[in-house]
Design a protein. Structure first.
Length: 208
């Protein structure tokens, strides 16, 4: 069942640091839940293809499988919960989201992400940037940045701060679909980065 709270919690562990992989034991420790419970649920997620195994030496780590539709739905649900919790603590954001919705009626806005004091607009057509800036009042309190799909994916890949500290204010489902593409590249970089560090460390020890 997509939307089970324990499933969402497990997915959130990977979602909080999209470039990292975790063992089931690490997930149980992060969530502070017993290993048997997390192991059983994680294996269910592996069977459904929501998680996938990555062999690391003689053991394996897990990562999200963002090509899986259920995984993307769980990611979107977590983003919705995170956004709603943040808005409850910051009531002024209701006006921000309302204005974004009004703008979406005039322009093709794929998604909008809040990263600290920056509002990142992902547009179907970057030519809309000028018109949006002319009519929006959001520039009074926020820095607005505009991206098409490709440039936002590159931004997402290169900006760890954005990946970790953000709130999706508009279209969480589309956000999940957009970040699914660069996600695999992040995992590959992380794994090979770790392997390279280990290799470099061994070489340094040999030289000593």
């Amino acid at each position: 069942m997509v939307g089970n709270k324990l499933e969402q919690s497990i997915v959130a562990v990977f979602q909080d640091d999209l470039s990292s992989t975790f063992s089931i034991n690490q997930v149980s420790k992060i969530l502070k839940k017993s290993y048997p419970i997390i192991n059983k649920k994680s294996n269910n997620l592996l069977e459904e293809g929501i998680l996938r195994k990555i062999n690391v030496g003689r053991s394996y780590q897990c990562s999200l499988n963002m090509s899986n539709e259920k995984a993307r739905i769980l990611v979107a649900l977590n983003e919705i919960d995170k956004k709603n919790s943040f808005i409850q603590k910051n009531k002024h954001l209701v006006n921000v989201t309302d204005e974004i919705i009004q703008l979406s009626k005039k322009f093709n806005i794929s998604t909008v992400i809040l990263n600290k004091n920056n509002l990142l607009f992902v547009l179907d057509n970057l030519g809309d940037k000028k018109d949006i800036l002319e009519i929006t009042t959001l520039t009074r309190d926020y820095i607005l940045s505009f991206y098409d799909l490709d440039s936002f994916r590159q931004k997402f890949l290169s900006d760890h701060d954005l990946r970790k500290y953000h709130f999706v204010l508009y279209n969480t489902d589309i956000y999940a679909n957009i970040v699914a593409s660069p996600y695999d590249e992040l995992i590959v970089k992380n794994i090979f980065g770790k392997d390279k560090k280990k290799t470099d460390s061994k070489e340094e020890n040999k030289e000593k």
